[in-house]
Design a protein around this ligand. Structure first.
Ligand code: ZN
Length: 198
């Protein structure tokens, strides 16, 4: 007789989201199971009943523009050390998405920007992330590498280091941007990024 599975296995986890081991209310070891009325296995505490939910993380960023050039940062951190990226990072609690994007530009590039419009939104389900990128106006040329950047520079379309970009979301956003720039109409877009890309 097959053994009855009473506790569903923990969902497949990636490096992006580690499984929960202990209850953040009382510290007991959690079990993964589907709570009544729910559809997904959750980290449930057998001691106090607390349920810890894990949901996708939001990455917010911008395409900071100065005339015909876009600001990129060369990463000083893993993943994708030494590759070029748009300023972007994990949203913090208690901030709006545009505030987060502006904060990231300041942290990574010491750049002051004005957020103009939502531009691209990418779901990256295999690492449980969503990218939200805004078009933005770079307010002055007084930028410099932040602690997470090796270098910061403005690039015209012909100078973009297409083979040295850190993430698919960045490459696709820049491709859309220069395509839209030629036509003069900026179209917000959404899409998805699947393995092995990220
Ligand atoms: Zn507990």
């Amino acid at each position: 007789m097959p053994r009855r599975l009473t506790t569903p296995p923990a969902p497949p986890m990636t490096r992006a989201i580690l499984p929960i081991n202990h209850c953040n209310a009382c510290g007991a070891k959690v079990e993964y199971k589907v709570p009544e009325g729910d559809t997904h296995p959750r980290a449930v505490c057998p001691a106090c009943g607390h349920i810890q939910y894990q949901n996708p993380k939001v990455v917010v960023g911008s395409v900071p523009v100065w005339e015909d050039r876009v600001l990129l940062c060369r990463r000083a951190i893993e993943p994708r050390y030494d590759k070029w990226t748009l300023p972007a990072g994990f949203m913090e609690n208690n901030e709006t998405a545009p505030e987060g994007a502006a904060r990231e530009a300041l942290e990574e590039a010491n750049a002051r920007i004005e957020i103009e419009q939502l531009y691209t939104l990418f779901s990256v389900p295999h690492i449980s992330q969503i990218y939200v990128l805004f078009r933005a106006r770079l307010l002055d040329l007084d930028f410099s590498p932040g602690i997470e950047s090796l270098d910061v520079a403005l690039f015209r379309e012909d100078d973009i280091p297409w083979d040295e970009l850190a993430f698919t979301s960045v490459r696709r956003t820049l491709a859309h941007f220069f395509e839209d720039r030629r036509s003069g109409a900026y179209q917000p877009r959404f899409g998805e990024i699947r393995p092995p890309e990220r």
